[in-house]
Design a protein around this ligand. Sequence first.
Ligand code: ARG
Length: 463
Amino acid sequence: MADQKSNAMWGGRFAAGPDAIMEAINASIGFDKRLATQDIAGSRAHAAMLAAQGIITNSDSDAIREGLLTVLSEIETGKFPFSAALEDIHMNVEARLTDLIGEPAGRLHTARSRNDQVALDFRMWVRDQADAAIEGITALIHALLGQAEAGAGWVMPGFTHLQVAQPVTWGHHMMAYVEMFGRDVARFRDARARMNESPLGAAALAGTSFPIDRHATAKALGFDRPAANSLDAVADRDFALEYLSAATICAMHLSRFAEELVIWSSAQFRFVALSDRFSTGSSIMPQKRNPDAAELIRAKIGRIMGAMVGLFTVMKGLPLTYSKDMQEDKEQVFDAADSLMLALAAMEGMVRDMTANRDALSVAAASGFSTATDLADWLVRELGLPFREAHHVTGSLVAMAEKNACDLPDLSLADMQSVHAKITKGVFDVLGVENSVASRTSYGGTAPDQVRQQIARWKEKLK
Ligand code: ARG
């Protein structure tokens, strides 16, 4: 008989229990308790299948399945006695089941290993998170559509190099993010479809000699099919990496938008006012309204991308199949998922609440000679100048306006004609920002009509 102190689950060949340090480095229960719901669902499906296949009796299966529900409710109500000596969620649950129902509990692990068990639990957890991300991003898209609809035709500066480039519409800018977040949804969907294969029944690595039905457990747990190779099923964590990759890209989009909100809400820009609900004050400067939520969203990518890099680093170079390194796959994914969901919720709230400052946007839209391209295009269209020459003429006019400390529309016709004699007063029609945006009617362009068409397309798509 094994020493009392050896592990009750695998201690048969051990005379002594582990050193305290061994236990500390080995135990994952501190974090993998988050897999309890998935673990119990997986075990219940496994037990039902074992009975259906005549591998265990119906009465044992019933006792196991009932007992597992009791364990689940103990966990949910915080009454469960988690033990680091029992290493992880899998052995904690099984040990507690043994306390509750005795001998039949020992039959649950037939034709199964912790290797396929943990692969299953984690996959189901990540699958849930992909669904949650899709929901969270969709809510954010709805908030952006609301903003886009309200200001489909409001003019604002469009930037390149953070220098005023050409006037665009507020709706157009909001819809740019709708496109980005729309692709994020698609990435999570793709990843979810690929990960939806059940590892259960791969057992330790080679499959099992028991006549199990992997198709039945896969179906019971919402998978499309069982994973086709038992080695792959227990060895890979690419599903978590795909989730993290999609999360990182989404966090990058969130971060860019957050950065814009930080800039836009500053006293220098005043493009938007963030609501009280999503702003904070300063403990010393009474006038302050800080965009802390936006700043924190901007920063969250550090943790999320860090988790992705961390897991790639854990997985690279591991020989097939399972190695204990892979226990280090979970904590960072948990943290990344929490961070992503919080960032999405905060961004959605901020976007719903924020008010665009239409006047400030419009004044800024006209600054920085933003209609210079319209002027050059006019020279091409009306006077037949080659674009290169039109660019040059316009550049001279911009220099003149700059010297006179005025905007392009403030130059007189005589000023204009001193640079190019054939310019007529018709040119002034294209120098206004409203005309500028209205003229950009190419598909996907910034004209309010185009923007409204894109909003309508998205609303239809989201129905
Ligand atoms: N706690 C372990 C993990 O997270 C479960 C799998 C243990 N498997 C093993 N062969 N020791 O990876």
